[in-house]
Design a protein around this ligand. Structure first.
Ligand code: C5P
Length: 216
């Protein structure tokens, strides 16, 4: 059988979007299929890691060989991640909603003729990556993601320091590359050491290479 360089290592992975409720039938979310994060969890498990995947609502199956916890909101994701500390490494691939509605109605908000749409008061969600990156139980390796439509590398470099990550996996989601929901990805690995540009490959290949880098 293959070598298991991550045997005995506990690794937290977040994946998918979060859903922030407005009322029982409506929510705010980012676009995220969970494909890249789930593939990373599976790839780490193949290298022998004890993987704890904290997933927002996705339409794909729990990866094989991984303990998966399902959450809806950013606050729930944060609670689950913090309960999983300490860990050897953490990979934050989830597309967490930056904001949520300050209140969530208990009943469906009705459309009333002549009243116009309701005003939503938004408040900031906790930044889960940043919380763990600066935590007293910080894992020795912390990996973040950056999906940007402009100034990709500059934004990723800023995130490294601000969020306390060791490296940032940056992907450009602006062009018609079909990254969102698709099966392929083109990423750059941004760390203090510089920027490593990977060629376009499948999300599974990105996951396999990233798992190897984490094992290294
Ligand atoms: O700031 P931005 O959302 O672009 O940062 C992306 C990175 O931060 C990703 O790794 C994402 O999983 C993480 N993040 C988080 N909690 C948030 C927002 C982003 O963990 N509330």
């Amino acid at each position: 059988s293959r070598p298991k360089p991550l045997a005995g290592r506990k690794i937290i992975v977040t994946s998918g979007p979060t859903h922030e409720p407005i009322d029982p039938v409506r929510y705010i979310a980012n676009r995220s299929s969970g494909k890249q994060g789930h593939a990373i969890a599976a790839a780490l498990a193949r290298l022998g890691a004890d993987v704890r995947l904290v997933s927002g609502p996705v339409g794909i199956a729990d990866p094989a060989g991984v303990t998966t916890l399902h959450v809806e909101t950013a606050n729930e994701m944060k609670d689950e991640v913090e309960k999983l500390l300490p860990a050897d490494a953490a990979v934050f691939a989830a597309a967490v909603a930056d904001w949520r509605s300050e209140t969530s109605a208990d009943e469906k908000i009705k459309k009333v003729a002549g009243e116009g749409p309701p005003a939503l008061q938004m408040i900031e969600n906790p930044d889960i990556l940043s919380g763990v990156g600066h935590h007293r139980k910080r894992p020795s390796l912390v990996v973040g993601f950056a999906a940007e439509t402009r100034d990709l590398v500059r934004n990723a470099e800023a995130k490294l320091a601000k969020k306390g990550a060791d490296f940032i996996v940056a992907n450009d989601v602006s062009h018609e590359g079909g990254v969102m929901g698709g099966d392929r990805n083109r990423v750059r690995i941004v760390s203090k050491a510089g920027v490593d540009e990977w060629p376009e490959m499948s999300k599974d290949e990105v996951a396999t290479r990233l798992a190897a880098l984490i094992a290294e």
